[in-house]
Design a protein around this ligand. Structure first.
Ligand code: SF4
Length: 230
């Protein structure tokens, strides 16, 4: 069984998942206006919860007219927390949304495209300096809102990698990220689709409890496929 990912192995996995799930075209946006804002806000709201909960909170913000950085900046933190209650951790997420909105409103005149136009390393560095933005959220924003290639690592991806038995040099975010970035040509569209495919696979097939190995398109590549999961 291979335990060191190569370009060929990653391509094989990507193509099998793509064939199984079809093109997913993330990031999923619902509204026509302020799509950059919707992606940023969704990336913060989905922290430590399901996408369904985050989407309900986004819909509440839209219904309440809190739709844009300036609107978030102008809204009392306590009111915003009430509106996004369904996302969980609503008080802290309201603080995070307001921190992000303040920067775009006050330093970029509300124009997130100007912010996203920073070169990738600078953009990522700036994102990580914003309250409430960690590696995963920063890469979601870089990849899907700014459309620059930064591979997103999340719980689903880590779980799949670990079960595939790949050798990872450490347990940090960057250690997992390098497995992809060292082997794949930088391409925001492909990386966005690859992350989406891995997430859907992790949520629907390579589940935390009782993974569906018998119907997994990666089973022949996976040393865990015959394991008894609790
Ligand atoms: S074979 Fe099982 S453990 Fe391996 S990737 Fe597929 S679902 Fe996950």
């Amino acid at each position: 069984m291979p335990n060191d990912p190569t370009r060929e192995l990653l391509d094989l996995i990507y193509n099998r998942l793509l064939k199984k799930n079809g093109t997913l075209n993330w990031w999923p946006t619902t509204y026509e206006s302020n799509q950059g804002f919707e992606i940023v806000t969704g990336a913060i709201l989905v922290q430590n919860t399901t996408w369904e909960n985050a989407r309900t909170a986004l819909a509440s913000m839209h219904t309440e007219g809190i739709w844009g950085y300036q609107a978030v900046h102008n809204t009392m933190e306590s009111r915003l927390a009430t509106v996004i209650h369904s996302s969980g951790y609503h008080n802290i997420k309201a603080k995070k949304l307001k921190a992000f909105a303040k920067i775009i409103s006050c330093e970029y005149n509300g124009d997130d495209e100007r912010f996203f136009s920073h070169p990738l390393p600078e953009l990522r560095k700036q994102l990580l300096s914003i309250y409430g933005v960690g590696n995963e959220t920063a890469d979601d924003i870089v990849l899907y809102a700014a459309k620059k290639p930064s591979f997103v690592i999340d719980t689903y991806t880590r779980r799949i990698i670990n079960r595939l038995g790949w050798k990872v040099d450490g347990n940090d975010y960057e250690d997992y990220q390098r497995l992809f970035t060292d082997n794949l040509k930088a391409d925001a569209k492909v990386w966005g689709e690859f992350h989406a495919q891995l997430d859907v696979h992790g949520a629907q097939v390579c589940r935390k409890v009782k993974p569906l190995c018998q119907e997994c398109v990666l089973a022949d590549l996976c040393p865990s496929s015959k394991k008894q999961f609790d």
